[in-house]
Design a protein around this ligand. Structure first.
Ligand SMILES: *[C@@H]1O[C@H](CO)[C@@H](O)[C@H](O)[C@H]1NC(C)=O
Ligand SMILES: *[C@@H]1O[C@H](CO)[C@@H](O)[C@H](O)[C@H]1NC(C)=O
Ligand SMILES: *[C@@H]1O[C@H](CO)[C@@H](O)[C@H](O)[C@H]1NC(C)=O
Ligand SMILES: *[C@@H]1O[C@H](CO)[C@@H](O)[C@H](O)[C@H]1NC(C)=O
Ligand SMILES: *[C@@H]1O[C@H](CO)[C@@H](O)[C@H](O)[C@H]1NC(C)=O
Ligand SMILES: *[C@@H]1O[C@H](CO)[C@@H](O)[C@H](O)[C@H]1NC(C)=O
Ligand SMILES: *[C@@H]1O[C@H](CO)[C@@H](O)[C@H](O)[C@H]1NC(C)=O
Ligand SMILES: *[C@@H]1O[C@H](CO)[C@@H](O)[C@H](O)[C@H]1NC(C)=O
Ligand SMILES: *[C@@H]1O[C@H](CO)[C@@H](O)[C@H](O)[C@H]1NC(C)=O
Ligand SMILES: *[C@@H]1O[C@H](CO)[C@@H](O)[C@H](O)[C@H]1NC(C)=O
Ligand SMILES: [Cu+2]
Length: 328
């Protein structure tokens, strides 16, 4: 019946709008594009504004009502920690982290008065001199290597962290421990190989194992912790770069790749064992939105109420209502 269909369409669009109440809009109601720039291209003022906003998050009181949380940063990190066993080694890996980057960007903008967009670390530019990267500059960036001890230079000197895979009540410091060998996975040869992938399944696995591993293992220390790596503020520049690479790949054939999603929705047994992860329970699997064991556009992306839940379909188009970003 036509009337009922129109009614249903109205409900659907209301639902979609309700799912994205946090996007900034201009006077005509269009989402205001987040222009995401390379860290290497930010002015010193822009860099300082971003670093200050991160420090602000670390000093804001928690909001989600968990008694263990000491600050807003703990809650942001927790969003990743609590579901590490269902967002890694699965098809939803790239979409979930795309939304997580947006959640972080949005919180900086709305709670810390940050006026820019989420920057990214163009990692391929640093494959010949990791330690010399501007991201590690103690004056304008994130501070540098600490060879496995506490970071002792830059704005995150002696940063105290509280969340690990096993407890929310830990007290430990941010560490880094560079590996230039592992970092080679970010080089142009690997990027070309991933870009040549013809399916999402191929692309996802390639981007995860090459540039993704390169950033985590190249920086090392806290960044090498599969679970708690978002505790290093550099995580967000690394994963935004990975998101950019996925978006570049999507853009090479948008008509197909805006809907191309696949992959298992539970990690391999070997991956679970390797990371001492438990098999995800019904509280996750019964609500993942997938009809069986593969990842679909209907898959739920949960952000622990930092921002509302969304689906993979909602994040496939970077320019869409929910993410509303471009890489410049
Ligand atoms: C809102 O954004 C859209 C898309 O960028 C643009 O075409 C439109 O002119 C903007 N409207 C106003 C009032 O700024
Ligand atoms: C920096 O900006 C320039 C000019 O807009 C651009 O050509 C260059 O590719 C950018 N560099 C990075 C690392 O994005
Ligand atoms: C953000 O700006 C508002 C308005 O100027 C101010 O009241 C608020 O304290 C600022 N928030 C932070 C975290 O600096
Ligand atoms: C880390 O080790 C490297 C190589 O041994 C050394 O050059 C550097 O000074 C060390 N950095 C810190 C902060 O200990
Ligand atoms: C990139 O790294 C791989 C090893 O992971 C190496 O075989 C390849 O030659 C490197 N490519 C460039 C351009 O350095
Ligand atoms: C885009 O992908 C579709 C589906 O895989 C394919 O049929 C088409 O040839 C591709 N287009 C280009 C320009 O590669
Ligand atoms: C899903 O389950 C089917 C039937 O058990 C199996 O053949 C298939 O390989 C599984 N797919 C994934 C992605 O695990
Ligand atoms: C693995 O996890 C269990 C509980 O989830 C814990 O008791 C055990 O100590 C962990 N093993 C390692 C090697 O950390
Ligand atoms: C999509 O996900 C929702 C919520 O998880 C679920 O209720 C619905 O049945 C799913 N739809 C399909 C077609 O799988
Ligand atoms: C969001 O997703 C999580 C995990 O699937 C689920 O437990 C929660 O109920 C969802 N929240 C809402 C408001 O749908
Ligand atoms: Cu992750």
């Amino acid at each position: 019946m036509r009337f009922l269909n129109l009614f249903a369409a109205g409900l659907l669009s209301a639902t979609l709008t309700a799912a994205a109440p946090y996007v900034k809009r201009n006077e005509t109601g269009i989402c205001t594009t987040n222009k995401r720039k390379a860290w290497q291209n930010l002015s010193d003022e822009e860099k300082a504004e971003y670093i200050d906003a991160e420090l602000c998050l670390m000093n804001l009181p928690p909001k989600l009502g968990y008694n263990w949380a000491k600050n807003r940063w703990d809650e942001v990190v927790y969003g990743h920690v609590v579901q590490s066993n269902v967002i890694h080694d699965v098809g939803a890996f790239l979409p979930w982290h795309r939304l997580y980057m947006r959640a972080h960007e949005y919180i900086l903008q709305t709670e810390c008065n940050y006026t820019g967009a989420q920057p990214y670390w163009e990692e391929v530019l640093d494959v010949d001199d990791l330690a010399g990267s501007v991201v590690f500059d103690p004056e304008t960036g994130f501070g540098g290597n600490s060879n496995g001890s506490c970071v002792t230079d830059g704005p995150f000197t002696q940063l105290q962290l509280h969340i690990t895979q096993y407890t929310n009540y830990a007290n430990y410091c941010l560490t880094r421990d560079f590996s230039t060998t592992i970092y080679q996975g970010a080089n142009q040869t690997h990027l070309d190989e991933c870009y040549a992938s013809t399916t999402y399944e191929e692309a996802w696995m390639c981007y995860v194992s090459s540039p993704h591993t390169a950033g985590h293992g190249g920086v090392g220390g806290t960044m090498l912790d599969v679970v708690a790596s978002p505790s290093d503020p550099l995580f967000f520049l690394h994963h935004t770069n990975l998101d950019r690479l996925w978006w570049e790949w999507q853009q090479a054939n948008l008509s197909a790749r805006l809907t191309d999603i696949s992959g298992r929705n539970v990690p391999r047994t070997s991956y679970l064992a390797q990371n001492n992860f438990t098999y995800p329970g019904p509280e996750i699997l019964d609500y993942d939105g997938d009809p069986y064991n593969v990842t679909t556009l209907n898959h739920t992306l949960w952000m622990v109420d930092l921002i509302p839940n969304a689906t993979i379909a909602d994040v496939m188009d970077l320019r869409g209502e929910l993410i509303c970003a471009e890489y410049v």
